[in-house]
Design a protein around this ligand. Structure first.
Ligand code: FES
Length: 121
């Protein structure tokens, strides 16, 4: 059992980390990994995202979430560019991933024909 002081320090550190992530100026990719997402192929999409990012040596945060809320459009991924609205892409195949990475993350242009929603933060 950790002392109260240790726990307090851990909590402060966690809060700082969360704040740093919120104010991050990095591009972020969020992949829907709920059961329906996984059933629809989200793991393949995640692998393709990681491969594309590594290949291009991009500094991008990749996270997973449970439910993005549009099962029928799985697999889904969101792209959040710093200071921009969050765009959800759906009905994805592995081949769509490199298009999204190049056009949206590298060139800053939303891939309209794959986008299924736009969220204001
Ligand atoms: S359970 Fe499929 S998007 Fe939520």
């Amino acid at each position: 059992m950790k002392s109260l002081e240790e726990l307090r320090k851990l909590r402060e550190k966690a809060q700082k980390d969360i704040q740093a992530r919120k104010t991050s100026n990095k591009a972020k990719v969020i992949i829907g990994m709920g059961t329906c997402g996984i059933a629809a192929g989200a793991r393949e999409i995640l692998k393709a995202v990681m491969a594309e990012i590594n290949k291009r040596n991009l500094d991008v945060i990749v996270t997973q979430t449970g439910c993005i809320g549009m099962c029928e459009k799985e697999p889904l991924l969101d792209v959040q560019m710093p200071g921009k609205e969050r765009i959800t892409y759906g009905n994805l195949t592995k081949d769509d991933v490199s298009k999204i990475v190049v056009e949206h993350i590298v060139n800053g242009k939303v891939v309209e024909d794959l986008a299924v929603a736009k969220l204001e933060d």
